[in-house]
Design a protein around this ligand. Structure first.
Ligand code: 5RP
Length: 216
């Protein structure tokens, strides 16, 4: 069974969790790319926000109503956010940001009552491993990199918020400890570690089977 088929099945299953009238956060990546047409085809009355410029453009082309999530007049809360992940540990911790969208993805997930993570089975790991995506402030960048010790700049465009994309490549023995350290490092705008407590539902496709796991 191909990974692409599993992504499609996970996305189709998650699309069914969305109900008419909901405020929906749309993630970023190749798994979410399967979600958008299925969600649009349901013709529900939805108000969506997108975690990337690419997702916003595709969703709008498909006829989904996408609103800005910037500023004080934007939606303060969402009913559900649906997004992929790069790694899902047995503990429920995630690594996100392979597509460099982790800052906006975490902002959208944090605003949602329910955060649904959709993955193919190859994303499941016993323990998380580096790299951990980072978004860094341009100002003071050299010092931030020095304080991080083991981080490499990624050769990709800036984030839509002007952040420099990098990857932390050091030890990842304890995700909670590393997440705390990265969050406390001045110059780190956001990192790609997501605690299990943030994840409501994990939708994992393995072959033709889809498992819906409730985490909270
Ligand atoms: C983008 C992300 C994606 O959700 C993650 O990289 C998974 O992507 P894909 O669905 O293409 O495997 O965090 O920043």
């Amino acid at each position: 069974m191909s990974t692409e088929r599993e992504k499609q099945l996970a996305a189709e299953t998650a699309a069914e969790l969305v109900e008419d009238g909901m405020l929906v956060g749309l993630g970023t990546g190749s798994t979410v790319a399967y979600l958008l047409p299925v969600l649009a085809a349901r013709n529900l009355d939805l108000r969506c926000v997108a975690t990337s410029v690419a997702t916003a453009a595709t969703a709008r082309e498909l006829g989904l109503r996408v609103e800005s999530f910037a500023g004080v007049d934007a939606l303060p809360r969402l009913d559900v956010a649906i997004d992929g992940a790069d790694q899902v540990a047995a503990s429920g911790w995630l690594v996100k940001g392979g597509g460099a969208a982790h800052t906006r993805e975490k902002a959208v997930a944090a605003a949602a009552d329910r955060f649904v993570v959709i993955v193919s089975s190859d994303k499941l790991v016993d323990r998380l491993s580096p790299p951990v995506p980072l978004e860094l402030l341009e100002f003071g960048l050299a010092g931030t990199l020095r304080r991080l010790g083991t981080a490499q700049l990624r050769d990709v465009p800036r984030s839509p918020d002007g952040g420099v994309i990098a990857d932390f490549t050091g030890e990842l023995d304890d995700p909670a400890e590393l997440a705390e350290r990265l969050s406390a490092t001045v110059g780190v705008v956001e990192h790609g570690l997501v605690p299990a407590e943030m994840v409501s539902t994990l939708v994992v496709a393995r072959g033709e089977q889809v498992e819906i796991r409730s985490l909270r």
